[in-house]
Ligand binder design. Sequence first.
Ligand code: IMP
Ligand code: MG
Length: 181
Amino acid sequence: MQADLQCILFEEATIHRRLDELAARISHDYRDSELTVIAILNGSIILVADLLRRIPLPLKLDCLSVASYHGGVRPSGELIFRQVSLPDVSGRHVLILDDILDSGSTLASIRDKIETVGPLSVRTCVLLAKKKTRIREVEPDYVGFEIADEFVVGYGLDYMERYRNLPCIGVLRKGLISPAA
Ligand code: IMP
Ligand code: MG
């Protein structure tokens, strides 16, 4: 699988070191609050496992499964929520966790939805944020790394559901991306 990468951006050890820093900040910021983490699946699955084990606070975990790409490399613009009901986070401090911020549509739509349930606060955390103009302006509260506007895979991130199990994060070779995507 690594042979399909044009270059590696972050080795697993580098990601883990950054997660130590993010987890320390999050643990400090929520030291007096009852936290509910909402993980956006499938992309954040590895991140949520590695990050939450570094946060020594009592917290609740909920997951939301959404799809925005429908098999390509560009967001379709329409976000499909796979579950019928939203997690009950009324009166709770919510931290939304996603793998990557690209156009901003996913995080903005989920944030809007969560706000309707009446949480005490909502913050967002992404492992990666692409430097680009966004369709929806979102400023995540916690960002692992800023990256160039390139299509990356690994550490939970996929292309056509492949590469999620790569331990590192890298740029996918352009030749492997279908021209129709
Ligand atoms: P946004 O709605 O455009 O911000 O896209 C966010 C979602 O698209 C993320 O949760 C990812 O699942 C997916 N995504 C965006 N960029 C990439 C990428 O470079 N590689 C893999 N998935 C990506
Ligand atoms: Mg995703």
